[in-house]
Design a protein around this ligand. Structure first.
Ligand SMILES: [Mg+2]
Length: 379
């Protein structure tokens, strides 16, 4: 199955002012995505997605394309190693890895379609066909107080059927603690709540925040500090009671090995569209299982990214295996994005807070080319 062409699709949508939102350090005025299309001789097409800035990702994918056009699309591991090695000296982390992730996911999708089997079957079979999802939202609206809108937003997810939600913090520890307390009071004790600082704190602030919400049963404290500072991660873990999570900005096995070695997290969060694709993510799963560290993948992207994450979630081993194993969680972004699920011919939806693993070949979806055209940044 020779690779005939590689194309990138860069999508862009400007959010109306009322829908703009902020994490601890960035302001979302637009939504972007970079999808990767690998066309094979014989008519099979695979799709992937790159985490992060869409235009630079697309440029790197295009730079990689020349090395793999004409090769057998089934050579997934050799192609991964060839691309990684070619860009390694300047590209062990960051955009090279996010670009490589998109290419790799597209190759797995093509392989599955060629065989008529879902990717989870190619990976050795599924441990589960349904995954509970948690709603990601609770960002700060631009220029407005956030506590009341966050409470309203998250109670909305609960009434939709979600049993778990994650909100953003990292704006300031005292106000963050007030927001978390107001939210816990609003949703009651049964809903799982997680918080994500997007590395908006230093270790001193993160420890203070974790202690301030110690009585609120917070599921995890995501990216408390900047991702380079593994010692600070370990310090936050040691000095406050909320489980520490991180991994969306770590790319490649070596970065995850360093985080595991440092005892940085209780919960590892690789993103299949960033960590190096399906090929690398399954190795990271094996490392986490060996280290006895829980995995909850990070997901931030279109339905292509969600479908790829579901393939991985199907194959994530229950750890530990037992009669009623603790299921992993799917991160389900609820922030404004008109093309998130519109890129798929059939959107991936939750039902009472659970999402089914796709059973179709490859990643299990058909792309909606009209949506790619409509939101194309290059029109
Ligand atoms: Mg995060």
């Amino acid at each position: 199955m020779k690779i005939a062409a590689i194309r990138t699709h860069v999508l862009r949508h400007e959010l109306p002012e009322a829908e703009r939102f902020q994490s601890s350090f960035s302001t979302f005025r637009e939504r972007w995505a970079c999808l990767v299309e690998v066309e094979c001789a014989g008519g099979v097409t695979g799709w992937g997605e790159c985490l992060g800035p869409a235009l630079p990702n697309a440029a790197i994918v295009e730079a990689m394309a020349g090395r793999i056009i004409g090769r057998d699309a089934w050579d997934i591991e050799p192609i991964w190693l060839d691309l990684y090695n070619e860009f390694r000296d300047q590209g062990q982390r960051g955009l090279t890895m996010t670009a490589l992730s998109g290419v790799d996911i597209a190759l797995w999708d093509a392989a599955g379609k060629d065989l008529g089997a879902p990717v989870w079957r190619l990976l050795g079979g599924a441990h589960r066909m349904k995954v509970p999802a948690y709603a990601t939202g609770g960002f700060r609206p631009v220029g407005r107080d956030r506590i009341e809108p966050t409470v309203r937003e998250v109670t909305g997810y609960v009434s939709e059927g979600f049993r778990a939600a994650k909100i953003k913090i990292g704006y300031g520890a005292a106000e963050d603690a007030r927001a978390i307390r107001a939210l816990r009071e609003a949703v009651g004790p049964e809903i799982a709540l997680m918080v994500d600082a997007n590395h908006g704190y230093d270790a001193v602030e993160a420890v203070a925040l974790g202690r301030a919400v110690a009585d609120l049963d917070i599921g995890w404290f995501e990216e408390p500090v900047t991702p380079e500072h593994l010692r600070a991660y370990a310090e936050v873990r040691a000095r406050q009671p909320v489980p520490v999570a991180g991994g969306e900005t770590w790319h490649g096995r070596a970065a995850f090995a360093a985080a595991l070695e440092a005892g940085a997290v209780d919960i590892l969060q690789p993103d299949v569209c960033g960590c190096g694709g399906i090929t690398e993510m399954r190795k990271i799963f094996a490392m986490a299982e060996t280290a006895g560290v829980r995995v909850v993948p990070h997901v931030w992207g279109t339905g292509v990214a969600v479908a790829a994450a579901l393939q991985m979630l199907a194959t994530l081993p229950p750890s530990p295996p037992r009669h009623e194993p603790r299921p992993p969680l799917l991160e389900f972004d609820r922030t404004p994005n008109p093309f998130r699920m519109a890129v798929l011919a059939a959107p991936i939806e939750h039902e009472a807070g659970e999402v089914a693993v796709p059973e179709g070949p490859g990643l299990g979806f058909e792309i909606d080319r009209a949506t790619l055209e409509r939101f194309s940044a290059r029109r």
